[in-house]
Design a protein around this ligand. Structure first.
Ligand SMILES: [Zn+2]
Ligand SMILES: [Zn+2]
Length: 243
């Protein structure tokens, strides 16, 4: 961190990731009123992707019933609604990288034990395309991964996956095209880190800010699977509903 940045942090108090006002008392991350505005993912939730479900009798969400996902399991803290859309938008596109403190703390509080029980060897952020990284100045998923890793003492490998090119706008594509489009967008960047024969017992937990259709996480998982890394999990701040 640059010395100037430290000073700025001291002079400018922390802002609430939801209402953008100054958070009081000092040392807290979100103002009390705003804890009511966010929607936590609760039980019942999908046993595969973690999306909240409408009824207890269901084991898997509509999406996980229809498509096979190659990751083992996923965790997410908040339901992706308008409140989260704005907050994650600030975090990603409007320079509010400090929100990572709040989001990482929430992930660790909710799922720290479960993550530690899985014993991932490494946390791996979903990468940004270098041009986007340059424009934005940071990869929000990497900041999250580093903070979670610090708290849970799990090493982070930021470059295990690489993003190759800017993909066509995903919104205009159907599920199949989306995955095809994305599968070309990621590649393995860990050939130097891991010898080929050594990859079988490695457990990876992917980290991202949001899981919606799951196609990004699936594409990353497929890249790792092809490299012989078969134990892939994910954790995200936010997730769509499973119904
Ligand atoms: Zn607030
Ligand atoms: Zn699911």
């Amino acid at each position: 961190m640059q010395p100037g940045k430290v000073l700025i942090d001291l002079v400018y108090p922390r802002r609430c990731p939801i209402c953008r006002e100054i958070v009081l008392p000092k040392g807290t991350y979100i103002c009390e009123g705003c804890t009511q505005k966010v929607t936590l993912v609760k039980q019942p939730s999908c046993m595969k992707c973690g999306k909240p479900l409408a009824i207890m009798e269901q084991e898997y969400c509509y999406d996980c019933v229809r498509h096979s996902h190659h990751y083992k399991r996923g965790f997410a803290v908040y339901v992706y609604d308008d409140v989260m859309r704005q907050s994650l938008g600030d975090f990603k596109f409007r320079g509010k990288r400090e929100y990572a403190d709040f989001f990482a703390k929430e992930i660790v509080t909710r799922y720290g034990e479960e993550i530690l029980a899985i014993k991932p060897d490494y946390l791996v952020p979903v990468p940004l395309h270098p041009a986007k990284l340059m424009a934005r100045g940071y990869n929000q998923a990497e900041i999250l991964a580093r903070k979670i890793g610090e708290a849970l003492k799990i090493p982070v490998i930021p470059n295990l996956l690489k993003r190759n090119r800017n993909t066509a706008p995903q919104k205009t594509l159907d599920d199949k095209e989306r995955l095809k489009n994305l599968s070309r967008a990621f590649s393995f960047g860990g050939s130097d880190t891991f010898q080929k024969g050594n990859r079988k017992n490695i457990k990876i937990m992917l980290v991202d800010d949001i899981y919606t259709t799951g196609s990004t996480i699936e594409a990353c998982t497929n890249v790792l699977n092809r490299q012989g890394i078969t134990d892939v999990y994910f954790v995200t701040v936010s997730i769509g509903r499973g119904y």
